[in-house]
Design a protein around this ligand. Sequence first.
Ligand SMILES: NC(=O)C1=CN([C@@H]2O[C@H](COP(=O)(O)OP(=O)(O)OC[C@H]3O[C@@H](n4cnc5c(N)ncnc54)[C@H](OP(=O)(O)O)[C@@H]3O)[C@@H](O)[C@H]2O)C=CC1
Ligand SMILES: O=C(CO)COP(=O)(O)O
Ligand SMILES: [Zn+2]
Length: 347
Amino acid sequence: MGSKKIQMPREVHIGSDVINDTGSICKDLRFSGNVLVVTGPNTLKIGANKAIESLENEDFSVEVSKITTATSETVEKLEEKLNDTSLIVGVGGGKVIDVTKMAASNAGIYFVSVPTAASHDGIASPLASIKNNNGSVSLKAQAPICVIGDTNIIRNAPFRLLAAGCADIISNYTAIKDWQLANKLQNDFYSESAAALSLMTAKLIIKSSKSIKKGLEESARLVVKSLFSSGMAISIAGSSRPASGSEHKFSHALDKIAKKPALHGEQCGIGTIMMMNLHGGDWQFIKNALNDMKAPTNAYDLGIDPDDIVDALTSAHTIRPERYTILGDRGLSRNTAKKLAIKTGVI
Ligand SMILES: NC(=O)C1=CN([C@@H]2O[C@H](COP(=O)(O)OP(=O)(O)OC[C@H]3O[C@@H](n4cnc5c(N)ncnc54)[C@H](OP(=O)(O)O)[C@@H]3O)[C@@H](O)[C@H]2O)C=CC1
Ligand SMILES: O=C(CO)COP(=O)(O)O
Ligand SMILES: [Zn+2]
């Protein structure tokens, strides 16, 4: 049997106002010199400015880059900005963290992940989701050297982002079913430990759903820890399979089709309801859990045209065709897709 590499962050700092320690944390990790801070238009004001101040207080020379998309072009542009850079710090949502992760990995530089919202489980994983003409690809990158999760920023983020993070974790239920199917039918690699961790995380978040509330530090902390543990399942597998199956293909298809896509986790949650039905599982349980977390459960909550939902269902199998799921190689017919969306109350 060949050897296997599992990448995990070296340090994880979770706490209120911990972003103000970014400079000293990076110094303690033995970094110095030029740092590139990658952020978004909103997250610059909400988080990055604090990280920049803290880095400058510790004598780092800081350059800032604002991004709005997670495409291969954005990654290339970031790489062009690297100039004797010793470290990249990504402060923001999933897009910011993915492009930071990818650019750092391509350039062979360490990066620090500073999530400003608990909206996705890529905060600590070594995989990056990058958009291209065919939709989205999951690329091998590197895990962050350090994660700094400021629970004060995260608890004050719009609640919708936190609920989306919970929904991204709930999607592990169908991702695991798809992975088991691919293992059974296609002999795809399957890791029992990664699958167990992924499922346990989804079960725990559902068990805690009633205690996840707007503005609470404990809620922010709980969801960040769960996203972290889902990310660890991805690390163990060396692929996003334990957290991304047919429901994620549906979300990636919707990103291509919808005029104004909703949040990643929100779309994945709704995909999970429908894919659980296809698997013959308890889709009502998934729907109730999403409801309890105040995550959307239908097209109207998402603000997405019902026709786009049906289109995304029929084209989802074309996203990452090498990743076998319940959608099979031919996908769903329009008629079946529409019936599925109606039956589960999504449209
Ligand atoms: N690599 C992996 O394993 C994974 C990757 N992903 C990827 O992550 C992305 C989804 O991440 P997500 O965070 O949902 O989406 P975005 O990164 O698009 O962030 C959504 C919005 O939230 C804003 N925001 C972030 N934090 C705050 C805050 N504290 N207060 C106010 N607004 C805030 C962002 O601002 P701003 O405009 O400043 O960016 C942005 O406008 C997708 O591209 C998905 O594919 C998802 C799961 C796993
Ligand atoms: O979103 C993910 C897990 O939640 C993983 O991303 P991909 O669907 O791009 O592999
Ligand atoms: Zn996801």
